[in-house]
Write a protein that binds this ligand. Structure first.
Ligand code: HSE
Length: 425
């Protein structure tokens, strides 16, 4: 039987889950895959982490050189996170001809070109299923299952922390701050939650997924990004009244104007399948020309779900002798002839604070009219001090038209636009 040795770099949440799955399922993989996969080395500075997993002391390496020089290591699994050490270690492994499995979305989104170049040079495999949407096998689906399709769009909830926060704000009326505090208590949000709540995490993932879906490098810097930190309870409540649920969506589209990639809070109708994706769960819709719509749903984070994605990559690497790389020119930048849309179409939700007097509505309507923006529905609420709150939803229009209209309204004395949110119509 073929023997495969695995080294795990980092035994934190994800590395620890991977270690557990590999050791507990070793016999199962011998039977079902006809391959004996053994963890032959780990690189972990915390003795207590290694001890809690009962890693035999002789398997604990002291540095990366020891790992990559070990002839009993065929596959190196990177679960360190961040860039500097992770990049150095992954390159060292690839340069030594070891296949690499990584869960590191930031590393892959920013440096896939460098990693792939090293992998190709040494005929090593490079696998990254766990970098996007945790245990949900979206990458294998794009690389293999949907390869026969021209994909026109993908859309999804690909960050669990923000989905948990938005679920709490929607279902329990919590403020953003209270929901974030709860997400931290449960270990979803990190002490510094910036990467999740400002949409960086989702943007890294979207850059990877869109590159695979559209067969062209979609650099992270091309992803339009807006986080959830400025959302108010008022918007969540107003949206609910209009039949919408607020989600942080990642959207990638191939349009006539170019490739569109964006991450932002979005209202979806309550009966849309994404509206019921609650708590820390993730879901992704992909639309292919042959298959139509495909939706994947599951846990986008966590020790065993992310470990599941890593172990699937390990098994794939262990049982496939050929190595498959990107189907596009994997450079740092997008190819020169690829267009990225700088404007896009969406419906919009706007909340305005207005002076409650005659003629105000007509003036606002006139600004919308001049920008070819058509209103679908509107509600008005009395506020104190001669003010009123107007909430409206538009038909699909250009992002640039909304920006112009908002600027124009804010330059008047009669109204201030307090919120602008996109709506999936
Ligand atoms: N922090 C991510 C999330 C998980 O909340 O979805 C890892 O990508």
């Amino acid at each position: 039987m073929k023997k495969i040795g695995v080294a795990i770099l980092g035994l934190g949440v994800v590395g620890g889950g991977t270690y557990r799955i590999l050791t507990e399922h070793r016999e199962f993989y011998r039977k079902t895959q006809n391959v004996d996969i053994e963890v032959t080395s780990v690189l972990e500075t915390s003795r207590s982490r290694a001890e809690s997993l009962a890693v035999p002391p002789e398997k604990i390496a002291v540095n990366i050189a020891e790992v990559v020089c070990n002839p009993d290591v065929n596959i190196v699994v990177e679960c360190i996170g961040g860039i500097s050490a992770a990049k150095e270690y992954v390159l060292a492994a690839l340069n030594a001809g070891k296949s690499v499995v990584t869960s590191n979305k930031e590393l892959y989104a920013k440096f896939s070109h460098e990693l792939e170049r090293a992998a190709k040079r040494h005929n090593a495999g490079l696998f990254f299923e766990a970098s996007c949407v945790g245990g949900v096998p979206i990458i294998r689906t794009l690389l293999d299952g949907l390869q026969g399709n021209k994909i026109s769009s993908l859309m999804g909830i690909i960050n669990g922390t923000t989905n948990y926060i938005l679920t709490k704000m929607t279902n329990e009326g919590m403020s953003y701050e209270a929901a974030l505090a709860e997400a931290k208590k449960l270990g979803y949000a990190e002490a510094d939650p910036t990467s999740d709540v400002e949409g960086f995490d989702a943007a890294y993932k979207l850059s990877i997924l869109a590159s695979l879906a559209f067969h062209t490098k979609v650099p992270f810097t091309n992803v339009f990004r807006e986080g959830i930190t400025n959302l108010s309870k008022e918007d969540v409540e107003d949206g609910k009244q209009l039949g919408y649920t607020l989600k942080l969506l990642a959207i990638g589209k191939r349009t006539d104007a170019g490739i569109e990639v964006r991450v932002h809070p979005t209202f979806v109708r309550k009966d849309h399948p994404l509206a019921s994706v609650a708590d820390a769960f993730n879901a992704v819709f992909v639309e292919g020309d042959a298959v139509g719509e495909v939706m994947l749903y599951g846990r986008g984070a966590g020790s065993l779900p992310t470990g599941s994605a890593i172990v699937s990559d390990i098994i794939y690497a262990a049982t496939h002798s050929d190595v498959k790389y990107s189907t596009f020119k994997n450079d740092a930048e997008a190819e020169k002839d690829v267009n990225f849309a700088d404007d896009f179409m969406s419906a919009y939700y706007l909340r305005l604070s207005v002076s409650d007097e005659s003629g105000v509505l007509a003036k606002i309507a006139s600004v919308f009219g001049k920008n070819h923006i058509s209103i679908v529905e509107m509600i008005q609420r009395e506020k104190e001090g001669g003010k009123a709150s107007i909430v409206l939803v538009t038909h699909e229009t250009h992002e640039l038209a909304i920006k112009n209209a908002v600027e124009k309204i804010n330059s008047t004395e009669i109204a201030t636009v307090e919120s602008v949110l996109r709506v999936v119509s």
